[in-house]
Design a protein around this ligand. Structure first.
Ligand code: R5P
Length: 315
């Protein structure tokens, strides 16, 4: 990494232009004048129309679906900045795709998270900012600084405004207990867990609820909704066990495959998500979005000024 100047440049990929604009507005900075498009055959076509020499460059690109396209675009934006002699290049990936396969848990499978991490560092990325990674240990695949932020402060603020009476925070699986506890503590809520078993990438089975939810207002907390199987099956069994209302709080609304229909059909009163992924067509009306642009803007300015980012690390 070369020394970088006072100059700061925000470059937006095509993954989530609205979030990029919101971050730029929160920082009172413009987005770089850039063309990020496609050649007729689908290859990524990029041209940055301003000087990057020595600049502290932040590339704003969650790797939400289409994951592969967005990842390649991010790589080529990094390469563009590197070849234009940027002083430092930070990838800002609010949603970090390819966080599933972080180990070889059966024969003849790749460790995709490791391969993809290599592409960023070999491609010239100096630093990474992300939020609520599916598997936080993926930070270990990087030999560059990774700032892993939490959306909790933003989502919790909104949740507190809703004044939910006597809530029980529920984790939809054992792996999510730490995150659920992080919400239960400040809300003064009890904790419960759904015993979930994954059958395939999009099918799951739930058999038990550990904890008492009868006649209680339930808040299910999770890092992401992908196909919606985990959350909707959890909601069904919680309702069956007597929950009086069900609210869902999730950082990443990835929403792929049957997710939208499942969410429409599920016994869920309200869903609170961050804007780490763009709002798509046909989202049910009970979904409310809370912006993480102010949190990301703060992280960007702290990184640029070399002041602490860990003050934003409350989990
Ligand atoms: C599981 O470990 C995660 O925290 C999510 O619960 C899961 O990835 C969501 O996937 P889906 O919406 O497809 O059930």
């Amino acid at each position: 990494m070369d020394a970088y100047s006072d100059k700061i440049t925000l470059i937006s990929g095509q993954a989530h232009p609205q979030l990029s604009r919101d971050i730029a507005d929160a920082l009172d900075l413009p987005l770089a004048n850039a063309h990020v498009g496609r050649f007729p055959d689908g290859e990524v076509d990029i041209k940055i129309n301003e000087d990057l020499r020595g600049s502290d460059v932040f590339i704003l690109q969650p790797t939400c679906p289409p994951v592969n396209d967005n990842w390649i675009e991010l790589l080529l934006l990094i390469d563009t900045a590197r070849r234009a002699s940027a002083g430092r290049i930070t990838a800002v990936m609010p949603y970090y795709g390819y966080a599933r396969k972080d180990r070889k848990d059966e024969g003849r499978v790749p460790i995709s998270a490791r391969v993809l991490a290599n592409t960023l560092t070999v491609g010239g990325c100096d630093r990474l900012v992300t939020i609520d990674m599916h598997a936080a240990q993926i930070q270990g695949f990087y030999d560059i600084p990774v700032d892993h932020l939490y959306a909790k402060p933003a989502l919790l603020d909104r949740l507190s405004e809703l004044n939910i009476v006597d809530p029980v925070v529920v984790s939809p699986d054992v792996g999510g207990i730490k995150m659920a506890r992080g919400y239960a503590k400040p809300l003064g809520a009890d904790l419960a867990i759904v015993d979930k078993r994954r059958i395939s990438g999009s099918e799951i089975a739930v058999e038990h609820v550990i904890g008492d939810v009868r006649d209680r207002n339930v808040v299910i907390v999770d890092d992401m909704i992908s196909t919606g199987g985990s959350i909707t099956e959890a909601a069904k069994i919680l309702r069956k066990n007597g929950a009086s209302s069900i609210m869902v709080v999730v950082t990443h609304p990835v929403f792929c495959g049957p997710a939208i229909q499942r969410l429409r059909d599920a016994p869920i009163d309200k869903i609170l998500v961050s804007d780490s992924c763009p709002r798509g067509e046909g989202w049910p009306g009970n979904i409310e979005t809370v912006s993480i642009a102010p949190l990301l803007a703060k992280a960007i300015i702290n990184i640029h000024r070399s002041t602490s980012v860990s003050v934003l690390f409350q989990d």
